[in-house]
Design a binder for this molecule. Structure first.
Ligand code: SER
Length: 314
């Protein structure tokens, strides 16, 4: 086990990424060093693996108490409202996404937190960004409240790094595909739902239309990237805004065809809803040259490996 003496706090440990990241960090550093927290009751997958606190990240006093009581040195802030739910309630999404981050940044300054991880998203990009191989630095004009809050958050991260020297690291996650804990309210979630209904009903009504390409990644790759970024020596981190991260890119008909190789009778139908315009505003694929060059990132799972592994576990 690596020689980690830092206590780590995960905020939003019950979510799609939170559960798997908590388990991965506990495996890497030891259960006692990784403290989980969420607004909701403890996720059953985390039960018995380490400490858990039920806290609201918007309650700065409660957050401060936990950080002090547990002698926290690193924070992973995963609590957020994603794109589809955000569009249903924009001010709620803005309030949670921004104030969670600002509370963590302020407390990190006050309590000398050593390192923070905060995820951004491909949602920072908007219709004026390049559709294909969207680079790290380009026109960034998000049109969803989720994207607006992530882009503003990136600027805050850089501000706290430049002004107060806080070591904040971030990734612009693409859509993440996983089977352990359910996703919550994203536009890329169709690529998870499709597996569950394929297995159960042999049919899927897709809320995005044919030909909608989006950047995606398997959870194993996302967790590996996150830990790799946090482990990288400080001098290798050349942006404290957020790193583009690419895995693969596919459309609903392409993932359906891959599923049909395993479940030949599976059928997909298209019933696009309000999430179509969110998807249309995002790039179809991402250029992550900087992550690959600066801290040696490389994805492992392609579409056929993802589909095979998902179907084995669902
Ligand atoms: N998966 C997110 C969403 O769809 C994008 O980062 O909202």
């Amino acid at each position: 086990m690596p020689d980690n003496k830092d206590n780590i706090l995960i905020i939003g440990s019950n979510g799609q990424i939170g559960v798997e990241l908590t388990l991965a960090l506990r495996k890497k550093y030891g259960n006692e060093f990784v403290i989980a927290s969420d607004l909701r009751d403890e996720n059953p997958l985390l039960k018995g693996t380490g400490k858990f606190f039920k806290i609201d990240v918007l309650n700065k006093e409660d957050l401060k108490n936990i950080i002090q009581k547990e002698n926290i040195q690193q924070i992973y802030l995963l609590a957020a409202v994603l794109s589809a739910v955000g569009e249903q309630n924009p001010l709620m999404a803005w309030n949670i996404n921004m104030n969670a981050l600002l509370n963590v940044l302020e407390l990190s300054k006050e309590l000398n937190i050593k390192k923070i991880f905060w995820p951004s998203s491909i949602a920072v990009f908007g219709p004026s960004s390049p559709k294909k191989n969207c680079p790290q630095q380009t026109i960034i004009e998000p049109v969803t409240v989720y994207g607006i809050s992530k882009y503003a958050g990136e600027s805050w991260c850089e501000y706290y790094f430049e002004k107060y020297g806080i070591d904040i690291r971030s990734i612009r996650y693409p859509g993440i595909i996983s089977y352990k804990s359910a996703p919550g309210g994203g536009t890329t979630d169709y690529a998870i739902e499709i597996f569950h209904t394929a297995v159960k009903d042999k049919t899927y009504n897709c809320f995005l239309s044919k030909g909608t390409y989006l950047p995606m990644m398997y959870m194993d790759d996302a967790i590996r990237a996150t830990i790799q970024l946090m482990d990288a020596p400080k001098e290798k981190i050349k942006t404290h805004r957020s790193y583009n991260l690419a895995g693969i890119s596919f459309s609903p008909e392409e993932i359906a065809a891959e599923i049909q190789k395993h479940i030949p009778e599976f059928q997909i139908n298209y019933k696009p809803d309000f999430r179509q315009s969110i998807a249309d505003s995002w790039p179809q694929s991402i250029d992550d040259t900087e992550a690959r060059t600066h801290w040696d990132w490389k994805h492992q799972y392609d579409l056929s490996a993802i589909v095979k592994d998902m179907l084995e576990h669902i």
